[in-house]
Design a protein around this ligand. Structure first.
Ligand code: SF4
Length: 230
């Protein structure tokens, strides 16, 4: 059994309620979406990743004395072998954060499911993924899948927000979900560079204050800019 791995690296978790926690990141290659502003274009297609066995992955992560593992992508839920990977991590007593767009539901072993539903501004109307726009549109939101993750896991939401107009869609999504804990809703600036992060941050912070949502900075962008493996 092998998994297509884009990269494995050690860094600080940059986003969400565990921001700042030293973590090993396992980035799976392959994604079912093509966000206009995707910040990991090198992980969009499974064949961009290296085929690694479970043993090879465990060897790599054991090089770091670290209890927190972030399984991310791409979209990790696409990998049929994901449950085996998560089980193996749990056998090693790791704290697992699974980062996903939740375009589908699968039962998973994870201590925290970090859900980043993709808003309409993610649709790639122009640019290199324009051909993919119709598919992206139909796939980007799966409220039933999101609800399943909320019902069965500790979770957080990270909404990437580019402008005030995005808030209306956030409200519409939350209104369709049951038992939403507002403490777990975070708004995150749409930013791939330090400059974009600093420009967008104050607006998103203001929106958080108005709506009583948590502000989610992108610590890794602020510390290292748009650097791969950070
Ligand atoms: S879901 Fe993530 S990896 Fe996939 S296209 Fe969007 S930003 Fe990129």
């Amino acid at each position: 059994m092998t998994l297509r791995i884009s990269e494995i690296f050690y860094s600080l978790q940059g986003e969400g309620r565990l921001a700042g926690v030293p973590s090993v990141f396992i980035r799976l290659a392959g994604c079912d979406l093509r966000c206009l502003w995707c910040d990991t274009p090198y992980a969009l297609r499974a064949e961009q990743g290296q085929a690694l066995s479970l043993e090879q992955i465990m060897d790599q992560i054991s090089a770091f004395d670290c209890s927190h593992i972030v399984v991310t992508g791409g979209e990790p839920l696409l990998a049929p072998e994901l449950p085996t990977l998560l089980q193996e991590l749990k056998n090693r007593n790791k704290h697992i954060t699974l980062e996903t767009s939740a375009t589908q539901y699968r039962p998973v072993i994870a201590d925290l499911v970090s859900i980043s539903p993709k808003l309409a501004h993610s649709i790639p109307h122009t640019g290199p993924y324009a051909e993919f726009a119709p598919i992206h549109k139909t796939r980007r939101l799966n409220l039933e899948a999101i609800q399943h993750f909320m019902d069965h896991h500790d979770y957080q939401f990270k909404f990437v927000v580019g402008s005030r107009a995005d808030l209306e869609e956030v409200d519409q999504i939350l209104a369709k979900l049951r038992n939403v804990n507002r403490d777990r809703i975070m708004l995150m600036p749409q930013a791939r560079t330090r400059q974009q992060h600093r420009t967008a941050g104050p607006l998103v912070a203001q929106l958080c204050l108005e709506k009583d949502f948590r502000y989610c900075p992108r610590l890794h962008v602020e510390l290292w800019g748009n650097r791969r493996g950070k």
